[in-house]
Write a protein that binds this ligand. Structure first.
Ligand SMILES: Nc1ncnc2c1ncn2[C@@H]1O[C@H](COP(=O)(O)OP(=O)(O)OP(=O)(O)O)[C@@H](O)[C@H]1O
Ligand SMILES: [Mg+2]
Length: 265
């Protein structure tokens, strides 16, 4: 059975695609066979990244490792229930096809909730939720009392994860290992950074997730997309000059991969 790693957060723009791409390529460098499903059928960031990567590989005759990509489409049936069951079939087919060939499946979800998003969360062995280091992003995980600053209860996204966990439990599947990682973390101390850190710590035991080391705010993440490269491929760029920021970013990447414990070592 392939290990399924799902990148999800109801909040848009939190770093799901960026993190999913980096984790998938890191696994490729570990000589693992990796399959990718891009459920962001509208924006297709992951698919576009893989197209850019294939172009780079071809044009530069580079030996870039590439995962196997599976294209999945939304159902265009009019009836909601028919559309849902068609999508269930398509999703199951995607999993079966990739599981035959791959040791790891990386599924990138869009922001918001859809039929596909719920299915992906239900099959996740590991659910990685990147979140911008902001109380606005935290609000989708849990509600905070504005006066005391205490967590008063779960919010919509964590409720959805809870429902998926229930479904897994009733099917006797092992529990989802839910990992939250703070993305775009500022280098300087701020009240926001302190409060997000504290609130996450308080919430983690209550709703059952681990907190992983994440990524700092770094411009390199924005620059790499067009070439389809990741932090791990920088040597493949002809004009690359290592900077302290690149080296630190790679270190954050290594720490993230270790903390995810993907190979169960
Ligand atoms: N650590 C980081 N430092 C700087 N920019 C970042 C970082 N992580 C992500 N970004 C940028 O933030 C934006 C959103 O990232 P990304 O597309 O990965 O988020 P997403 O959660 O997949 O968004 P969506 O919900 O729209 O699919 C992109 O422009 C990306 O380059
Ligand atoms: Mg995305």
């Amino acid at each position: 059975m392939a290990k399924i790693i799902v990148f999800g957060n109801e909040k848009g723009g939190s770093g799901k695609s960026t993190t999913a791409i980096h984790v998938a390529i890191a696994l490729c460098y570990q000589r693992k066979s990796v399959g990718i499903i891009d459920l962001d059928i509208r924006q297709k960031s992951m698919s576009r990244f893989l197209e850019n990567r294939a172009d780079f590989k071809k044009i530069r005759k580079s030996d870039l490792p590439c995962p196997t990509y599976y294209k999945i489409d939304p159902s265009d049936m009019d009836s909601k229930s028919e559309a849902n069951s068609e999508e269930e079939k398509r999703f199951a087919e995607a999993l079966t096809t990739l599981e035959e060939r791959c040791e790891f499946l990386v599924i990138d979800c869009p922001g918001g909730v859809s039929n596909y998003v719920k299915m992906a969360h239900t099959v996740a062995d590991i659910l990685v939720t990147p979140m911008n280091d902001s109380l606005i992003d935290f609000d989708l995980l849990a509600k905070i009392d504005p006066l005391s600053g205490k967590v008063v209860g779960p919010s919509i996204y964590s409720e959805m994860v809870w429902e998926c966990r229930q479904l897994r439990a009733s099917a006797k599947h092992p529990p989802i290992d839910w990992v939250i990682l703070r993305n775009r973390v500022s280098h300087v101390f701020s009240k926001n950074k302190y409060q997000v850190g504290n609130s996450l710590k308080n919430l983690s035991k209550r709703i059952g997730f681990r907190i992983s080391t994440g990524f700092s705010e770094r411009v390199i993440f924005k620059e790499l997309f067009l070439s389809g490269l990741t932090l791990l491929d920088l040597e493949k760029m002809e004009d690359w000059r290592p900077t302290l920021s690149h080296i630190s970013a790679r270190q954050e990447m290594r720490m993230l991969i270790n903390s995810l414990n993907l190979t169960g070592a």
